[in-house]
Structures are given as structure tokens and as C-alpha cells.
Design a binder for this molecule. Structure first.
Ligand code: ATP
Ligand code: MG
Length: 340
């Protein structure tokens, strides 16, 4: 682990360097007994480069949060079993890391924000105290008062004295979300994992939080993994998109390409389900059924029971990952039909 905390975030490179920050290869995470595994994540590959925003998109239960929590080994072990693959963060092999460097990785390199600020903010402590505690852990040489005020300003909370004195319940939902982001930034992370960060918010506040994340990504040169079930949300925010289904990435590519020419019928279904103004995209309008539970995955293509294009090979053989263009991959026997 490098000592990096004396560097103020504003001095970092503002744009993506293209240097790989995180590499996930063939990652498999099971719960349950080895005899009857719950294959929550089952052969996942993706990369995040320095300063880049990457989206992980899919319906409820497809394995997004399990993948995200694994990046800093936050899943409860031994209930969660890393049965295959690897996670490389900079030069570190995350799955082989000892407890001490793992603690430094969490928050200091990879920080998380969640749908519910209550997952991150403690209701019985003032906001300022909680940020100061995070600073004490990750930036022991910083002046906590000055740094807390700077962090609160950075996330758009201008009345910093009052916000620092407030308890979480005294803030609105949007302000709580901003305070949680400030807390996450206290360790100057290189990677911010945002797991459904706007799902609980109304659309106006949703847009403001997404704008804030974009601004932070630009200003701090921070990479972001944006997790959402709403493919519409990633337009203009993410550089690249990974579409996840039943524990696997079924399609990946640059955002604009994915949105205009999806190759996988599942991606097409997610696009059709994008809420136009408000509402939930939890259920796909064009495709019936739900994600199969990870202990009862179907044979062949995991999407075939719900797929309008499914035919014999789909029921028998799981499609390999195919490269279909620059930075684009898909797992579908008939992707050319989807794209036609
Ligand atoms: N501790 C656990 N024990 C057993 N199964 C688990 C555990 N944690 C997650 N799972 C299972 O792993 C699968 C993937 O869960 P995950 O939370 O990653 O889904 P998700 O894509 O984040 O969904 P959502 O959009 O609802 O947040 C689910 O079927 C879930 O039930
Ligand atoms: Mg989740």
C-alpha cells in the first residue's frame, strides 16, 4: 500500500489516464454449501481504468452488489466463498491480501456509497464527528475541522458549520446522500463504488446526485463503479457499461454503443424498460419472468427461458463471450439478429 494521503484530492489528474486500476477475471463467488452452491457470481470479467466511470447494470438479484462488495472483500467470510478467479487492484491481489492491508484498502483506496445513507451514516453521531473519525483513520495528519469543511463544500453542502453539527435525521434525503459521499471521500479513494446511489431519491435529487458524481470524477480524477438497475441512468455518466445477468456479464461496451445498438436481447429488454419520466424499471416490459435464483440456474444460456429469440442451441449450450467490435463483447448465440 502506498502512502498517498498527504496528496490533496484536487491535485490529482482530472481525466482518465487509461491506466488499469482494477482488473476482475473469471470471478466466482458462491454462498451455501459446496454440495448445493448458490452461484451468486459465476465467472465475471471487467476492468476499471484510473479516472473512468464504469456502470454495472442488471435486474434485482443478478449479482451486482455481491460483485461490488467483493472488490474490497467486504462480503462476510466464510459464508461467501471466493471459489475462482482474481481481483487485481493496482499491483495488489485482493483475494490474497492480509487483514491489515485490506483495512487500508477499504475506504483509503476503494470507498462505497449505498442506496440508503443509513447504511453508512450512524444515526447517533453528528455528521462532522463521523467525517472526522474517517479522517483520523485515513488522513491522520489533516486538520479535521478544515478538511471536514472542505469535504462538505466539495459535495455541495455549503453551510458547512451547521451540517457538521447536524445528526443524519436532521438532513433531507438528498443532503444525507451528499454527507455520505463526503464521508466516502474522506480517505481520498481512487475508486468510488456507488451501489444504486439514487434509487431511493426523487428524480430531481437523483439528477443532482448524478451530476455531483460526474463532477467529483472529473475534479478528483477518481474512478467510479456505478451500479444501477436503470440502464437509462448511465447515458452521459458512464464511459462504459457492463450488463449483468444471473451472475455473469452478458454484454459490455462503450455506453453510447450499448445504448444505440444493444447486442444482447436482455440489454434490449433493459432499454425497453427504462422509465421515461418516473417509475421503476424493476420489471422488464418486453420480457416476462424474473432472474433465476443462483442455486437454480438453467442449462444453456441463462437468459433462454425469458428470451424471445431462444431456440435449440440456447437451451443446450451456454454462449461463449464473443468480441463484436472495439471494446465490445456479448454472450448470445444470435446477437447478430438483435443488432440487425
Ligand atoms: N449472504 C448471502 N447468502 C446467500 N445468498 C446471497 C447472499 N448475498 C447475496 N446472495 C444471493 O446472491 C444473488 C445476488 O445478490 P445481489 O445482492 O448481488 O443482487 P443485486 O444484483 O445487487 O440485486 P439488487 O438490485 O436487488 O440489489 C441473490 O440471489 C442473492 O439472494
Ligand atoms: Mg444490490
Amino acid at each position: 500500500m502506498t502512502a498517498r494521503h498527504s496528496t490533496p484530492p484536487a491535485t490529482r489528474q482530472p481525466t482518465s489516464s487509461g491506466y488499469p486500476l482494477l482488473t476482475v477475471r473469471d470471478l466466482a463467488i458462491h454462498f451455501g454449501s459446496p454440495h448445493r452452491p448458490i452461484r451468486a457470481v459465476d465467472g465475471v470479467d471487467f476492468d476499471i481504468r484510473e479516472g473512468e466511470t464504469v456502470a454495472l447494470v442488471g435486474e434485482s438479484g443478478c449479482g451486482k452488489s455481491v460483485t461490488a462488495m467483493a472488490l474490497a472483500r467486504l462480503l462476510p467470510e466464510p459464508a461467501a466463498r471466493y471459489v475462482g478467479g482474481r481481483i487485481r487492484y493496482r499491483s495488489m491481489d485482493v483475494l490474497a491480501m492480509a487483514a491489515k492491508p485490506l483495512r487500508a484498502l477499504r475506504g483509503g483506496e476503494i470507498a462505497y456509497i449505498f442506496q440508503e445513507p443509513s447504511n453508512a451514516l450512524n444515526p447517533v453521531f453528528r455528521i462532522g464527528y463521523q467525517i472526522a473519525e474517517a479522517l483520523r483513520q485515513h488522513q491522520p495528519n489533516a486538520d479535521p475541522r478544515v478538511e471536514t469543511a472542505a469535504l462538505l463544500r466539495m459535495v455541495g453542502l455549503t453551510d458547512t458549520e451547521r451540517t457538521a453539527r447536524a445528526y443524519p435525521h436532521e438532513l433531507s434525503g438528498g443532503m444525507q446522500q451528499r454527507a455520505m459521499i463526503a464521508l466516502a471521500l474522506a480517505g481520498h479513494p481512487r475508486l468510488l463504488v456507488a451501489d444504486e446511489p439514487t434509487t431511493a431519491l426523487d428524480v430531481t435529487i437523483q439528477a443532482q446526485i448524478l451530476e455531483l458524481l460526474q463532477k467529483l470524477q472529473r475534479d478528483l480524477g477518481m474512478a467510479i463503479l456505478l451500479i444501477t438497475h436503470n440502464l437509462g441512468l448511465v447515458a452521459g455518466v458512464a464511459h462504459r457499461v457492463n450488463v449483468m445477468y444471473a451472475g455473469r456479464i452478458v454484454e459490455a461496451g462503450p455506453t453510447a454503443n450499448i445504448l444505440t445498438t444493444p447486442h444482447h436481447p436482455y440489454t434490449r429488454g433493459l432499454l425497453a424498460a427504462v422509465p421515461q419520466l418516473t417509475g421503476s424499471a424493476d420489471r422488464l416490459t418486453g420480457i416476462s419472468g424474473v432472474v433465476p435464483p443462483p442455486d437454480r440456474l438453467p442449462a444453456g444460456c441463462r437468459f433462454h427461458p425469458r428470451c424471445p429469440l431462444a431456440r435449440t442451441p440456447c437451451r443446450d449450450a451456454e454462449p461463449d463471450e464473443e468480441t463484436t467490435g472495439p471494446q465490445r463483447t456479448v454472450r448470445c448465440h444470435f446477437w447478430q439478429e438483435v443488432s440487425a
